[in-house]
Design a protein around this ligand. Structure first.
Ligand SMILES: Cc1ncc(COP(=O)(O)O)c(C=O)c1O
Length: 944
């Protein structure tokens, strides 16, 4: 049988589109429409519909994979010794198979519902413990987007917490160039003056903070204690950008009294992937914990007083604090943080130290061999990186290295850099030597490559989790146990409004681990990355066709990062026209919290626009505010279809008003799943949009990342898209790598080509069908808020739970009761407090949607019993949800049966999902913040 036996169009659709043709018939009947087209006509206003269908034909799985195989051949994977923040690493196959390739891990959502997320929360707590231990600072978060953005986050965090009121920030010139550039981009709109220089030129009184790279980008290991003490005397904040593997040998930042440490955990088992995704990290002093960006996993207790993990502190702070939020980081890099934490569990402290010793030993041998042969090695104290002055011989040595299958780093015009990693051995060193014209084996290791006082003397990873028996049997079971605690898409629908938890098809996931894609350094010469270039260009072209924009930047590695990049692009355009003073951004109150947070990062002034009672943007208010902004209007940020789940008829008007006042329209593309093939944001008035590829374009959520948020722009904005020190461009970069988390772009490309233009359009239609079907089935039981003129919702619907408040039932109670039914809760209390936003996506079958409806109707009946006083208002299945096995077997003294409590109608009997903990106490966790692994005694005590 050949692949062409399948009609690829049908096959592609049957993969991503849940309801079968006959199920669709039944659903359309329930909605009282004769066809899907009729439903779409009732839902999507005619005036905004695109006139031409998307152009490309679908490929079958086999054809898609064959195409990618060919593209992979266009990438040339040399041994990368470029370093600069990206290193070769060995992903232990046990972790590759059991985490990276396991949908139990990669299809999970961000762990906002802690009861169904204990597995990944534990793994992320391990990550935090690992980072806190290695950096010697007590508080760590659960990942940031990349090392460069982590540096930028640290810089603005320093501005917030520093007692010094100085306006400048010092950047050690030995920081990685991409880190320096991203900090400069971030600093400019905030009025922060960045001073780049040598640490001995630092004037502590002139800065609110400073960052040093440790070890430096050219390899130097320097003791920064003196500079840090001087900074502290001037009440300024000291940041070290650092390397976790080096810290297994080198004195930790905490020992030098650094206040904040940042870096990348990439070399802990996560392939380079031509730029990502990988987990960046941040750790800090205890008193800075409330200013830390990103998510922090904390330890709390559940209803029985047992320890339970949860996201702590500022979890949803963008929605609450909006433009005053500490950062716009929403999606981060959870899956990659899990991988890195498992790598530390897998190797344990001794293993990590052994790896580091080996890498360091090889570097020391290479260093001496080069010196002995007369090479001018500039680095005196080093861990794994050395820089050699080669003068006019630079091009020749780089070329000779390439002939040896090696990429060295080009440094300036007269030096080369060499970074070794865990994949290197003596033979690699011999190849390096040959590139320098030196024959022979490097000498035996003799000494430390850095001064003895820089040797670390504080233990790390002492917690038992890093000391378990590492027979693969145990490791496999540990990863399985954690995955089993969680509810991910591989078990049930995750109907999260605005998050589009669609299928991440297996065929789309395959290529990301192919070595030709996984093992490419992001700064490898362009001629070695032709395969990537081909796929990225084709994806960009398809995304342009889908959105109606003229150019794409693939740099932003999350939706929020796309917002920030898009607004910077708008600002640069205004500046180019002599209108740089435009600084007001109009944002509807219903907008996602990252919108105002991103606008604030660009130094814009956020003006909130009211919503009309039907949820639409209040057009009068919009007009007034645009008029008062006048020639200060920089942009508006709207979401389409709206965050209320409706295609607003007035969208063109909103865009026109903005343009009439000289502003630009940013359309948040998070809801693109309702538009692909039907409406193009670039044609209805948008100038720029980000696309959450981890929503509409099938990249898995990974339990809180990775993501990709490329931005599409109109032709006039194209010259102002982010640039990068490695690839050029007039503007600064927003991410560490030119194409962000490049390797997962393969997933979106595979999705687009397997669906074809018509398949993608069908997916949009079915997403709308599924949402309207839910709205119709729940009618009468729940009020569906916000509908279009013809009584239809877009791809999601908002259910009002506020009427149940009188009976004491909250939106939380319903969410937790859904867990008993084997479901992840919908999005809670956004954009309207006390509501549930349900988005089924096209991937869900009618059977699964009906199961959800059954659950919601059963819950409604339970609410009715409370309302009627038939059951205790405080002791009922809703208030006691979720129910655990412990509840089941404990003495039962509740006014409802075990059967009702534990096996509500939508739950499976054989495949029943049991949450490992009862309802988690949020307040307790915030009052008693513990964000590293608690000692084992705590578990023992709780169990007693
Ligand atoms: C409407 C909207 N905009 C922006 C974002 C931010 O995207 P990300 O989490 O990728 O940063 C989200 C995320 O849920 C969203 O729903």
């Amino acid at each position: 049988m050949t692949y062409s036996t399948y009609n690829p169009y049908d096959f592609a659709n049957r993969r991503h589109i849940g309801p079968s043709p006959s199920e669709m018939e039944a659903m359309l009947q329930a909605l009282g429409v004769a066809s899907l087209e009729e439903l779409i006509d009732q839902t999507v206003p005619q005036g905004i519909r695109q006139d031409k269908p998307l152009s490309w034909a679908p490929l079958s799985e086999g054809e898609m994979l064959a195409h990618l195989r060919k593209a992979a051949g266009g990438n040339k994977v040399l041994t990368s010794l470029i370093g600069q923040g990206y290193y070769g690493t060995v992903t232990p196959p046990a972790i590759q198979r059991n985490v990276l390739e396991n949908p139990g891990w990669y299809t999970a959502y961000t762990p906002y519902q802690p009861e169904i997320a204990q597995g990944r929360l534990e793994a992320l707590l391990n990550f935090q413990t690992m980072v806190a231990d290695l950096t010697g600072l007590p508080i760590a978060n659960a990942s940031l987007l990349d090392e460069s953005t982590a540096c930028a986050e640290a810089m603005v965090m320093a501005k917030r917490v520093a007692k010094s009121k100085a306006a400048a920030f010092f950047v050690d010139e030995n920081c990685h160039p991409q880190n320096i550039a991203v900090m400069q981009t971030r600093a400019a709109p905030l009025g922060i003056k960045v001073v780049v220089g040598r640490p001995d030129a630092l004037d502590p009184a002139a800065v609110f903070g400073a960052i040093f790279q440790y070890p430096g980008t050219y390899g130097d290991v320097v003791d920064y204690t003196g500079s840090i003490t001087a900074l502290h005397e001037a009440k300024a904040v000291a940041i070290l950008a650092t390397d976790l593997l080096a810290l297994t040998m080198l004195r930790e930042p905490g020992a030098m009294r650094a206040d904040i440490a940042v870096g990348s955990a990439q070399r802990f088992g996560v392939p380079m992937g031509y730029g990502g995704p990988h987990a960046a990290f941040m750790s800090c002093r205890d008193d800075y914990k409330r200013s830390m960006p990103g998510r922090i996993v904390g330890v709390s207790i559940d209803a029985r007083g047992n320890p339970a993990y949860r996201l702590a502190l500022q979890t949803r702070e963008q929605h609450i604090r909006r433009e005053k939020a500490t950062s716009n980081v929403c999606t981060a890099q959870a899956l990659l943080a899990v991988m890195a934490s498992m790598y530390a569990v897998f190797h344990g402290p001794e293993g990590l130290r052994a790896i580091a010793e080996r890498v360091h030993g090889l570097t020391e041998r290479l260093h001496r061999a080069l010196r002995a042969a007369g090479a001018k090695v500039l680095t005196e104290a080093f861990f794994d990186t050395i820089t050699v002055e080669v003068g006019v011989g630079q091009a020749g040595i780089l070329a000779a290295a390439r002939l040896e299958g090696l990429n060295l780093r080009r440094v300036g015009t007269d030096r080369v850099g060499i970074s070794l990693d865990e994949t290197c051995d003596e033979r690699v060193c011999m190849r390096v030597l040959r590139a320098f014209g030196i024959d022979g084996v490097p000498p035996h290791r003799e000494r430390l490559g850095f001064p003895q006082p820089m040797l670390r003397d504080v233990d790390y990873l002492t917690h038992p989790v890093f000391h378990m028996n590492r027979a693969e049997t145990e490791m496999m079971r540990y990863m399985r146990r954690l995955a089993d605690r969680d509810l991910a898409l591989d078990r049930a629908m995750i109907p999260l409004g605005s998050c589009t938890m669609k299928l991440n098809a297996a065929a789309e996931m395959l290529p990301i681990t192919w070595p030709e894609f996984a093992n490419l350094h992001p700064f490898a010469p362009a001629d070695q990355a032709q395969g990537y270039a081909e796929v990225i260009d084709d994806l960009a072209a398809k995304l342009c066709e889908i959105t109606g924009y003229d150019a794409m930047s693939m740099q932003p590695n999350s939706g929020a990062q796309g917002e920030y990049a898009g607004l910077l692009t708008i600002q640069a355009w205004h500046r180019s026209r002599g209108e740089g003073a435009r600084d007001i951004c109009l944002i509807p109150m219903s907008a996602h919290g990252t919108n105002p947070a991103s606008a604030q990062m660009c130094g814009m002034k956020v003006v909130a626009v009211k919503s009309a009672p039907n949820g639409d943007i209040d057009l009068d208010d919009f007009r007034d505010k645009a008029a008062s902004a006048g020639d200060r209007l920089a942009a508006c940020m709207i979401t389409y279809p709206s965050t209320h789940g409706v295609f607003e008829e007035t969208v063109r008007e909103v865009c026109k008003i903005t343009h009439d006042h000289g502003g630009q329209v940013y359309i948040d593309g998070a809801n693109l799943n309702a538009m692909v093939g039907l409406v193009k944001p670039g044609e209805i008035g948008g100038d720029v949009s980000h696309l959450n590829l981890h929503k509409t374009f099938a990249i898995p959520h990974g339990g809180g990342g990775p993501g990709m948020g490329p931005i599409g722009v109109g032709a006039h904005l194209a010259p102002f898209l982010p640039g990068h020190p490695e690839t050029g461009g007039a503007e600064g970069p927003v991410s560490a790598a030119p194409f962000g988390s490049a390797s997962i772009l393969l997933i979106s490309w595979a999705y687009c080509v397997m669906m074809g233009g018509a398949g993608l359009t069908q997916a949009t239609r079915v997403a709308i069908l599924n949402a309207n079907y839910i709205a119709a089935r729940l009618k009468g039981a729940y009020e569906v808020l916000f509908m279009g003129n013809r009584g239809r919702v877009a791809h999601e619907c908002i259910l009002d739970t506020r009427p149940f408040a009188k009976a004491g039932i909250t939106v939380d109670d319903i969410a937790k009761r859904l867990i008993d039914n084997g479901f992840h809760a919908p999005t809670m209390s956004w954009p309207v407090a006390g509501t549930l936003m349900v988005e089924p996506t096209e991937s869900e079958t009618k059977a699964e949607i009906d199961r959800f409806v059954t659950a919601m109707l059963a819950i409604r009946a339970e609410i009715a019993a409370v309302e009627a006083g038939e059951i205790d208002a405080a002791n009922n299945p809703l208030k006691r949800a979720p129910h655990t096995v412990e509840d089941l077997v404990a003495k039962w003294d509740r006014p409802y049966s075990r059967e009702q409590g534990c096996f509500p109608p939508a739950s499976f009997r054989t495949d029943k999902y049991w949450p490992p903990v009862g309802r988690v106490d949020n307040v307790y966790g915030d009052r008693n913040l513990v964000c590293t692994c608690p000692p084992m005694e705590d578990y023992a005590e709780a169990a007693e």
